[in-house]
Design a protein around this ligand. Structure first.
Ligand SMILES: [Zn+2]
Length: 87
């Protein structure tokens, strides 16, 4: 799970450096935070083919996922599809 923790730490430091975040959409729908309903996220990447993900039975994915970290509350949304930035 070390990789996952490193990824989370990287997301946290990206948030600490003070980006305003961007708006994204997936499958034609705007991405909103499931926790605070915020619309601004910092995009990141995470490999799914780690020991941790194998343990979680996600071997079928075996590729990278996009992570969108909510700049308002810090919740991370995960997508296998590539989120598109909204203007
Ligand atoms: Zn949020």
């Amino acid at each position: 799970m070390k990789k996952l923790f490193n990824m989370l730490a990287a997301s946290a430091s990206a948030m600490a450096s003070g980006p305003d975040g961007d708006k994204f959409e997936v499958a034609g729908l705007p991405v909103r935070c499931a926790h605070c309903r915020g619309e601004l996220f910092v995009e990141g990447r995470a490999q799914l083919n780690t020991a941790g993900m194998s343990f979680l039975n996600l071997d079928w994915a075996n590729r990278s996922a996009a992570t969108l970290a909510c700049v308002a509350c810090g919740r991370i949304e995960w997508f296998l599809a590539d989120p598109e930035e909204r203007a």
